[in-house]
Design a binder for this molecule. Sequence first.
Ligand code: FAD
Length: 312
Amino acid sequence: MLTGPASLFSDLDVDVKPDAPLGRLTWYGVGGRADLLVRPATIEALQTLARRCARSGIPLRIFGSGANLLIADEGTDGIVIRLDHPAFREVRYNPTGTERLLKAMAGADMARTLMDATRRGLGGLAQMAGIPATIGGAVRMNAGGKFGAIGDAVESVTCITAGGQRVTYPAGELRFEYRRTNIPDPIILSTTFRLEPGDPVALRRRVKEIFAFKKSSQPLGENSAGCAFKNPVDPVTEQRVSAGRLIDEAGLKGLTRGGAKVSRHHANFIVTEPGATATDVIGVMEEVRRRVLDDCGIELEREIEYWRRGES
Ligand SMILES: Cc1cc2nc3c(=O)[nH]c(=O)nc-3n(C[C@H](O)[C@H](O)[C@H](O)COP(=O)(O)OP(=O)(O)OC[C@H]3O[C@@H](n4cnc5c(N)ncnc54)[C@H](O)[C@@H]3O)c2cc1C
């Protein structure tokens, strides 16, 4: 008889990979392995798995596309769930007979969804150009930037609770704030967006402009997880200030630990070279945090999520 986490899914429609090389799946491409990587094939299997994990107290983490994640070199415990089965990648237009709505499952790719909506003459997601993500990861993080965030276009979000129930929150019940939301549940299952009809050529031009801006201001060609730190609130002005500017002003561009360094292109990006480890990245982050605090008295908070054993 199976015991431990494996007994949680032995009768479910899931694909299981023990000792999976999770770090390699992230945009950083560094870090260790997951004790168990589980890919459900159906929503029902996901619901049952969530319920059983909660009852057994087994940590459950959801992996999107790994664009905001750093996996510790010693790996992660519990169960990592990846929603990349076709059932979790579907995108449907007009799901309720309302032409302006698009419903995307959490595992759908953000860039593909944006390009497809744009081709169909539906605007409202251009602010997501150049942001690597799944729909679930983008909504969880309220990803965005200078041109807006994903929350701006959300009509409703459907989640799976820790008890395995499906629950839908209309936009009116949701708060999308800077890189966070008030979504209480562990799993985002799908999101419905409210889009605006427009000329496909003009919409595509706008997406290209935003992408070009990102490409010129961020090291998109290098391995990173985007901005390492959130833009902090200046205690004097009570306004958010650019973390990249504070890191630059502290003279930290180019700061290197092993194979990780502060990008010279954008000081809030910590980029890696082949052979780098997660420990190198953390080493750079700790040094940056300490020196920025010394330099201007402002404490930086990590934007990148760091997954390690014993924490979930
Ligand atoms: C080159 C580069 C540029 C970037 N530029 C930006 C930018 O301009 N703006 C910005 O905001 N971010 C940016 N990022 C960071 C990243 O793209 C975003 O945070 C994105 O939302 C991560 O999505 P993901 O699917 O990869 O999520 P992951 O990194 O896999 O996960 C991030 C978090 O979301 C959770 N999560 C993922 N899927 C689900 C789900 N279905 N249900 C519940 N929780 C879930 C994870 O558990 C984790 O807590 C950039 C990253 C890179 C590599």
